[in-house]
Ligand binder design. Sequence first.
Ligand code: TXA
Ligand code: MG
Length: 336
Amino acid sequence: MTELIKVTPENISDLKKAGEIIKKGGLVAFPTETVYGIGANGLDGDAVKNIFKAKGRPSDNPLILHIADFEEAENIGEMNSTAKIIGEKFWPGPITIVVNKKQNVPDAVTAGLNTVAIRMPSHYIARQIIKYAGVPIAAPSANISGKPSPTCAKHVIEDLNGKVDMIIDGGRCDIGIESTVIDTTGEKPLILRPGGITYEQLKEILPNVEVEQHTRVENPAYKPRSPGMKYKHYAPKAKVIVFEGNALEKIEEELKICAAKNKKAGVFCSDNSNYTADLIIKWGTTPKDMAQRVFWALREFDEKGMDVILCEMPDKCGIGMGVRNRLYKAAAYDIR
Ligand code: TXA
Ligand code: MG
């Protein structure tokens, strides 16, 4: 049985029970500022293995450990000077730092790697659960493996009801795509997954930061260093197609093809665009607006029975880089 609770700043002490569940080896899904996570005691290998079961996640894809203060980070990882610079600037917040791990981190968390991914979230619910649990919380996104990450409790319930002990409804996630993952163990700091903290923000404090060329678009032959990047990801049931550059004519053309084949087509586009389609979801005007809505929209198109989802793409700058990365994968690289 999964217990569902709603939490606001007024009843935050209700999270004590969530902390207890985690301490005892159970599973709790909770909101963070990026996406919802499914959490377990990060120092308990058996509890962590249950996350993989609930999500249907391949066991060679390591998890992030969530912490509430710097001391906790030092307990589980070797916080080198680069890691400290990043943490001091952007924690608590949407960035995950990969460092060499310490002995107490179970292999189930790191998939046997000698590095560990650490994040200090800023969401008040996430922080309070970590404090009540008194341990680092291992938490991947709270979706069935392969599906879009959930950004509201309804989407967590769809995927995980009956598979976890508790789901906490804390409303919509603010950022909407996952944290940036940055590896600090190599010669240069390397962004493994673009996300909430942007390349431009990192470049300001780390002039030598690089972005891993992990998308097939940029380099089809590249073997990803972040294990999660090789799997099918973020895919709704409908077929997703993404459109680069001046998308208007290309999307209108594709809508005609869908109509001829009797396929229901939805369009995910900026407020400034107009199409005639079975369902239009507008993402706003900036990459930040789009990030907030992208995972939510992919699931919404499914719920409304669309066969095909046609997406306008944001520019590569800022959080746009992360949005593009997620949409390329959702579209299985069908780029027009
Ligand atoms: O925003 C987020 O990061 C969310 C919320 C819940 O905090 N969590 C999240 O977790 O996105 P997950 O498991 O869906 O993605 C973690 C990513 C994966 O791509 C994984 O391969 C990578 O981090 N990762 C974890 N440990 C790693 C390590 N030691 N070295 C390299 N990559 C690692
Ligand atoms: Mg995920």
